[in-house]
Write a protein that binds this ligand. Structure first.
Ligand code: GLU
Length: 465
């Protein structure tokens, strides 16, 4: 069996959005699941709309998602000579011809055809004129049909009479998209093309070019698009951002690939898949043939699951980078990876994203002197009754021979027994005293994560507020 070679071929006219990333992922999985190769080609032939910035962003996004590619990246714009060489070959072998019809001529032909109830198309006026200049058109077969077995949609066939003698080279000498894609895929050894179904109409046209050249036709698959919850084409207003924006919001890459894979691919009822698992389980047979609906709430849930499972030390590293990148300045310098590693296990069960976790971690990582206190919480819980109690507890904590969780628990139990009060009476006041707000992980875990010195400093400050 020949090795599967698939590819992703984005046009760098914008960042890599969620839909494009999903196409890339499926194509990558198709190759990796079969031990094949995955190639990357940047289709930057539209000089006006393609930018270096978008190209870099696509490459960075792919890296971040872990979609590694084999071989060098191919830039389509660098291959114009090769495209033209193939166009010339098609002319020489009688599979293509020059055409001098003006735009007005072609418009008139189309109109006439429509009036006569035929499909509007170029009528082949220049087919046999043997002209030596003008645009170049494919001499497409007029009879029969062109079909292919789509990996996702099943068998698709179109009558050849429905297809135009498509333009391969424009008046300005530039090769067209359909020609360039075929030549590049062929030269890159691509034998499996998985792409968005906005390209499904191009496929029979591309197959005609393969056939004219006597080249092997790859296997094609077209994945349906992603819709927003309102069933309209997915867009920014549905929360569908570029991949790098999810990184900025503190998503983990494995959560992004997992969620994207589930938009259109399934394996029983399973929701969570590692990349390795997806590579093991992926088959294009399980790609759905109806549009998937983007669900931000579920995406957040998936990310939360990965936050919970992540290695705390890795999260600590990511949080450090995140803090440096998104906040920077003195605050970022004052916090170390070790600080984050200490508190990560505490915050992981509740964190929805790195950003969320960073926010939750703030009370833990700032010095007592800078801890922000929530005004409402202070008013409610740091009262004339509770402050003296906090002061007493601080004194006992200071005197503890061993600062550990069981000792802290004993200390508090003995304290409430002695005073004849419920734990409730001191729990929230202490929490507010040491983290500045009413929510935090378990009180004793929090005390352990903060360390004795910070707990005492914070209690002292709270009593003086
Ligand atoms: N460059 C095309 C696009 O971004 C994709 C071409 C293809 O996959 O064949 O829509």
């Amino acid at each position: 069996m020949t090795k599967i070679v698939s590819r992703f071929a984005p046009s760098p006219t914008g960042y890599l959005h969620i839909g494009g990333a999903r196409t890339a992922l499926f194509s990558w999985l198709l190759a990796r699941a079969a031990g094949g190769e995955f190639r990357l080609r940047i289709e930057d032939t539209d000089r006006e709309r393609s930018t270096k910035e978008a190209t870099d962003a696509i490459i960075d996004s792919m890296k971040w998602l872990g979609l590694d590619h084999d071989g060098e990246i191919v830039f389509q714009s660098a291959r114009a000579d090769r495209h033209n060489e193939i166009i010339d070959r098609l002319i020489e072998t009688g599979h293509a011809y020059y055409c001098r019809c003006s735009k007005e001529d072609v418009d008139a032909m189309r109109e006439k055809a429509m009036k006569e109830g035929r499909k509007p198309k170029y009528d082949g006026t220049c087919r046999d004129k043997r002209l030596t200049s003008g645009v170049v058109r494919l001499k497409a077969p007029q009879e029969g049909a062109t079909g292919f077995d789509d990996m996702v949609k099943g068998f698709i066939s179109i009558e050849n009479s429905e297809m135009d003698d498509m333009i391969l080279r424009r008046t300005d000498g530039t090769p067209t998209y359909n020609l360039a894609v075929v030549v590049d895929d062929h030269d890159m050894g691509v034998n499996h093309v998985l792409r968005g179904d906005d390209h499904v109409n191009n496929t029979p046209r591309q197959i005609l070019i393969y056939k004219a050249l006597g080249w092997d036709v790859p296997k094609f698959g077209h994945v349906p698009m992603i819709l927003g919850p309102d069933k309209k084409k997915l867009s920014k207003r549905h929360g569908a951002l570029s991949v790098m924006e999810y990184e900025k919001m503190g998503y983990l890459p494995e959560a992004v690939t997992n969620y994207l894979a589930r938009l259109g691919w399934s394996h029983g009822d399973q929701e969570l898949f590692t990349m390795d698992e997806m590579v093991r389980l992926f088959s294009p047979d399980h790609l759905g043939n109806s549009p998937s609906v983007f669900d931000l709430t579920k995406f957040e849930w998936v990310n939360g699951q990965y936050m919970q499972q992540a290695d705390p030390d890795r999260l600590a590293g990511l949080l450090c980078d995140f803090l440096a990148r998104e906040v920077g300045g003195e605050e970022a310098k004052a916090v170390s990876r070790a600080d984050f590693a200490r508190i990560a296990p505490l915050l992981q069960p509740r964190a929805k994203s790195l950003l969320d976790m960073l926010e939750q971690s703030r009370p833990f990582i700032v010095d007592a002197a800078y801890l922000p206190y929530d005004e409402k919480a202070v008013k409610k819980f740091l009262t004339d009754e509770t402050k003296p109690l906090i002061g007493e507890i601080a004194a006992r904590i200071e005197a503890l021979p061993e600062y550990d969780e069981p000792s802290l628990e004993d200390l508090h139990r003995e304290f409430i027994e002695e005073k004849g009060i419920k734990f409730k009476v001191i729990a929230q006041p202490i929490r507010v005293a040491i983290v500045g707000k009413t929510q935090s992980p378990g009180l004793f875990e929090t005390m352990m994560a903060l360390g004795r010195e910070q707990v005492l400093k914070r209690m002292k400050r709270a009593v003086e507020l």
